[in-house]
Write a protein of this length. Structure first.
Length: 123
C-alpha cells in the first residue's frame, strides 16, 4: 500500500539527517558514524519502514549511508525486516525543525549496526 505523500516526507527527512551529520561531523559520536560509512564501507544497505496513520499502512525503502550522507536506493517491494522503524508523524516532526541539530536525531539504530556505542540516542 502506498502512503500518499510519504516519499516526499521521507526524502526531506533523509536530507535533514544528512545535513545534521554534516553539521556535527567533527563531534564525538557523529564523527564515528561518518568515518564508518566512508568509501566502500558505506556500501551496506538498510531497510527503513515508515508506518502511516492508518492501521497497516506502511512503506519500506532501502537506503545506503556513505560518508554520512543518506541515499535512498529503492522502494522495498517484499516484506523485509526493518533496520529502522519510524512513523510518518516522527518524520514530520523531524522535518518541521528550523535547522539541523544533533539532539534527538534518530541515529541509534545506525550506530548499533555500525558497532558504535552512543549514550543517550534513540531511534
Amino acid at each position: 500500500m502506498v502512503i500518499a505523500g510519504e516519499r516526499t516526507l521521507f526524502d526531506e527527512a533523509i536530507e535533514r539527517i544528512s545535513a545534521a551529520l554534516e553539521a556535527h561531523r567533527d563531534e564525538p559520536g557523529w564523527r564515528e558514524v561518518v568515518e564508518r560509512t566512508r568509501g566502500n564501507r558505506g556500501s551496506a544497505t538498510y531497510v527503513v519502514t515508515i508506518h502511516g496513520p492508518a492501521a497497516g499502512a506502511r512503506e519500506s525503502y532501502l537506503i545506503r549511508v556513505c560518508g554520512g550522507r543518506f541515499e535512498i536506493v529503492s522502494r522495498v517491494v517484499r516484506e523485509a525486516a526493518p533496520d529502522w522503524r519510524v512513523s510518518s508523524d516522527e518524520l514530520r516532526r523531524l522535518c518541521e525543525r528550523d535547522a539541523p541539530r544533533a539532539e534527538g536525531f534518530p541515529l541509534a539504530w545506525l550506530a548499533r549496526r555500525l558497532g558504535i556505542e552512543r549514550d543517550g540516542d534513540r531511534g
